[in-house]
Design a protein around this ligand. Sequence first.
Ligand code: ADP
Ligand code: MG
Length: 423
Amino acid sequence: MNILLEDIQIFLLNLSFVFLLYFLYHKFIERNTQRISNEIFVGLISGLSIILCMTFTLSPVSSFIFDMRQLPLIIGALYGGRRVLIFLFITLLSYRYFIGMDEGYYASVIIYSILTIILCYLIPRFTKAIKIKHKVKLAAIAASFGIVLILILIFLISPNASPIKLVSTVVLYGTQFFLILFFVTLIERARMERMIFEELKKLEKLKIVSEIAASISHEVRNPLTVTRGFIQLLRESNIPDDKKEMYIRLSLEELDRAEEIITDYLTFAKPSLENVQMLELHDELQYVLKVVSPYATMNSVNIHFKSAPNLFIAGEKQKFHQCLINLAKNAIEAMPQGGDLTVNIEQEEDKAIIRIQDSGVGMTEEQLSRLGTPYYTTKEKGTGLGTMVVFSIIKVMQGEISVNSKVGEGTCFTLVFPIVSNE
Ligand code: ADP
Ligand code: MG
């Protein structure tokens, strides 16, 4: 009876080792996409489980010891591949050799050599199998061979084994068989769920791009229709000059708007940098501020520029301009009653920092969190594409952007870029 209790304890201990193995595998390894480190990890964890299982074994029948070492061996081999299998095979036999070079050792050499050959044959099939059912079937084949080999061994030594011993051994290996199937199912399920999740993320991205494309055609059609209408009106001969002037101005505005939308969309869909060059921050910002200054004056916004010379970053000129213009435009639009737009350039170690601060309406937490998502706009004529483009340009320029904002006080956009030396 004592022996039985002891066996149950050992059985549970072995069970906890293999669960630990599964847990570690599931938690850490699967996330690691690099093949080599995955192999090393699977090999180490499975090897450790094998040694733990073999250290705590059912009380031996003569020199034969029974435990769950087959589980980490089979699972490790199926998920780690042939190299891991060879490593586990050597680990197992070396450890068994260390325990004692008795009959049991020779039995292990025979059993695990056969099992290793069988696994070598099964591994590529297991890797290729797509359906979970198929994988479980292959794992079942491996596990059955393991059991059959052990049963043959038990049969050969049964004359001097007690019935209780036989029962606990059979229970141990029976449980092991089902655990192997259970683990493969669990691991595969988890994999599938992760794959579905990745797929969903990709679909979500595609959806955004196609939604934007759809809205672009819609958004561009509007200004075109309006412009067309004005041009038609202009054809009539007896319109006063001031009206004519207004039609032309409105048409041009609408065309500009269409162009802006198209550029923004193209930059978002294809934000990669093509003509990367050294950009001197002072010059570039001065240029951008010159471009937006009429717009600022129109909105009674004063521009303050505090610069630092000779700071170079890498990027594409046009896109960098577009990014800064979008930010400056937003800042100006945030100050409908006028205010101050302050632009600072600073150096902090090997980083260049650009701060674009306005004294405008500011944003709430909720607005801040939606900033940069397509179509998010609070403006009547807004596109909700500007900040999205800003974010994507800064990302490809290896920069970082952060926003600080307080409702009623203003907003500060901070851009950080790595400095490149001007050699
Ligand atoms: P749009 O300017 O066409 O509305 P953006 O993507 O450029 O689209 O901006 C999205 C929204 O973010 C704006 O509608 C505005 O509500 C908010 N926003 C952006 N910049 C600022 C700012 N400096 N101050 C306050 N709100 C801002
Ligand atoms: Mg904008």
